[in-house]
Design a protein around this ligand. Structure first.
Ligand code: FE2
Length: 274
């Protein structure tokens, strides 16, 4: 049962057993098949994009309607060699698994997710972005506090994240942390295209509070729904266990999509709904 009232109060919902263990396993198997086929010399490093490197920026821009692979920042040694097998060194796959692969398409466009999107108030839900998140042991890095609307902005804000735990997510392996009610404090920044290197534009310089964040441990099959303005983060994986997850970002197609969002689909391959 979806509680719209608690979503609007807290900015998130935790829905245990929303997805079957078999569906989680199928997604994980499929992701690893994609990784096995991929050539790591063609992959990118996510932190290189955030650091403004031109090649990494081009690679990620081009991922809007493709399946592309992003290593963790610590994936390579000083000589440029992978420090572990490629499947244990990846940060994520993005950003159009839902449009490019039939298994991810069926998972992402389930009737359950469609019903969930509409019950949360998205009048014309569109699937904007998907990411397979690895958070591998010993290398899966912290994801700093952010609001998803900084990255996928409509006017007004409509983005909703559907984060599925494909394995048990715990405090030790890097589960989600969120600031209950923090979605009511407005958008703090936008991440926008700026030529060859994208950048943050600060809208509200107020720092995130040091206290109040709560961990959201999630058993395999749990879906965490995130309001686009909710401050959330995850810590580094300090455990011996991986924390695979799949996240899908939905927007309301009735609202204008910002032309300077980093994520831009080609005109002949726009966002699609369920
Ligand atoms: Fe996020």
């Amino acid at each position: 049962m979806i509680s719209r009232a608690s979503f609007e109060r807290d900015g998130f919902l935790v829905l245990p057993d929303f997805v079957s263990p078999e569906a989680c396993d199928a997604l994980r198997t499929r992701a690893l098949e994609w990784v096995a086929r991929g050539d790591p010399s063609e992959f990118s490093v996510f932190s290189a994009y955030l650091a403004g490197e031109a090649a990494a920026t081009e690679y990620i821009h081009d991922s809007a309607d493709k399946i592309r692979f992003f290593f963790e920042g610590d994936a390579f040694d000083a000589g440029g060699n992978l420090t572990r097998p490629k499947e244990l060194a990846l940060c994520k796959i993005g950003h159009a698994l839902h449009d490019c692969d039939p298994v991810f398409d069926a998972f992402s466009r389930s009737r359950q997710f469609e019903h969930l999107a509409k019950s949360l108030g998205l009048r014309k839900p569109l699937l904007a972005q998907s990411m397979y998140l690895f958070k591998q042991p010993g290398i899966g890095a912290e994801i700093g506090c952010h609001q998803d609307a900084s990255f996928i902005y409509t006017e007004p804000t409509s983005v909703v994240g559907l984060w599925t735990a494909l394995e048990d997510a715990t405090v030790d392996n890097g589960c989600m942390w969120a600031l209950p009610g923090g979605h009511r404090s407005g958008l703090h920044s936008r991440f926008v295209r700026n030529g060859r290197s994208d950048e943050f534009v600060v809208l509200d310089p107020t720092p995130w509070p040091d206290v109040g964040f709560v961990p959201l441990p999630a058993k395999k099959g749990t879906v965490i729904v995130l309001h686009g303005l909710l401050p959330h983060a995850s810590k580094a994986n300090t455990s011996p266990h991986s924390r695979h997850a799949y996240t899908l970002h939905l927007i309301d197609g009735d609202l204008p999509y910002a032309a300077d969002n980093w994520l831009q689909r080609p005109a002949d391959n726009p966002f699609r709904g369920f």
